[in-house]
Design a protein around this ligand. Structure first.
Ligand code: SF4
Ligand code: SF4
Length: 303
């Protein structure tokens, strides 16, 4: 018999570092394009699992000694292999018991209709702006859950000022997957409190000033994630030489939107791109600073 305990035990066996179960009714009021009840109308709960990303990968970028292992083991492998194998094995366990398992991984390069933001980790993203609902009352496809909201409802963490989910176990160093299911599992309480104390260290550490009181500007982030700032060790005199605002770009004081960001992407190729993913040449300074801060104040602790 499938229970919350057996699901969590199996999730840990299959490599999840944290796991929680959220009541699907707590998504009431969210955008239908993000509502798991639109994915599985008979769904009863959402199973959430988090995979830690080693601190050492961030430390290597912080010391400016290595960048590719974060791209592969911190981003690509996590989303494309670890998450997928985990989800498919969990789905087999759930469906063997007669329930549906709608597995949800991070669809990194797609945005729901109306979402104008960017994913800095990728060459580019595509907004499903031409999608239309097939009938009244149906959402516009593809429905994509808000992983930050789902993590909170599953009791796993909460989005901080950096725009990233902060967890008690690993701070911001976690990537998530979810399963919407009609299995009648006991739900955990949503994440209580707020690990983010608005210390401002994520914003202060960003070479592109991409974080402010309004949250994360994903277009600004996408430019500096690719290394537009002076902290990028591959920056040299020849780079951006034809940019009249080069000094402002290096200082992080020039602002980028969707048009200007996409225009400068071709000039920000400091390392070979890898299977659609962009090398992180800001070193994820925001998350590194956040992790150090949360450790210092005792808000997080690795298992
Ligand atoms: S660095 Fe401080 S302000 Fe930024 S997300 Fe972490 S706790 Fe919040
Ligand atoms: S430090 Fe990097 S990942 Fe963080 S907000 Fe700035 S550019 Fe984006």
């Amino acid at each position: 018999m499938l229970t919350a305990e057996s699901i969590k035990k199996r999730a840990i066996e299959l490599g999840a570092d944290i796991v929680g179960i959220g009541d699907v009714n707590l998504f009431e009021g969210c955008d239908p394009q993000r509502d798991p009840r639109m994915i599985l109308p008979k769904g009863k709960c959402v199973i959430g699992a988090g995979f830690r990303v080693p601190h050492g990968l961030y430390a290597l970028m912080h010391s400016k000694t290595q960048y590719y292992n974060y791209l592969t083991l911190g981003v690509k492998y996590q989303d494309e292999e670890r998450a997928e194998i985990f989800l498919l094995k969990m789905a087999g366990m759930i469906e063997d018991e007669g329930y549906d398992a709608c597995v949800q991984r991070n669809v990194s390069n797609l945005k729901i209709k109306g979402d104008k933001s960017q994913n800095p980790e990728l060459f580019d993203t595509y907004e499903l702006k031409y999608a239309e609902a097939v009938a009244p009352g149906k959402p516009v496809p593809d429905v994509m859950m808000d992983f930050g909201q789902a993590a909170q409802i599953c009791g796993l963490g909460r989005v901080g000022a950096s725009g990233h989910v902060l967890t008690r176990e690993f701070g911001p160093y976690v990537r998530f997957v979810f399963i919407v299911t009609d299995a009648p599992l006991a739900a955990d309480a949503p994440f209580e409190g707020d690990l983010c104390d608005h210390c401002g260290k994520c914003a202060d550490s960003c070479p592109g000033k991409a974080i402010d009181e309004n949250g994360l500007d994903t277009w600004q982030c996408s430019v500096y994630y690719r290394g537009a700032g002076k902290s990028n060790p591959f920056m040299n005199d020849a780079a951006l030489a034809d940019e009249p605002e080069k000094d402002a770009i290096l200082e992080g004081s020039k602002r980028f939107d969707a048009v200007s960001a996409r225009a400068i992407y071709p000039k920000l190729k400091f390392l070979p791109n890898f299977s659609g993913y962009v090398p992180c040449l800001c070193g994820k300074a925001c998350d590194y600073a956040c992790y150090q801060h949360l450790k210092e104040v005792g808000s997080i602790g690795c298992k």
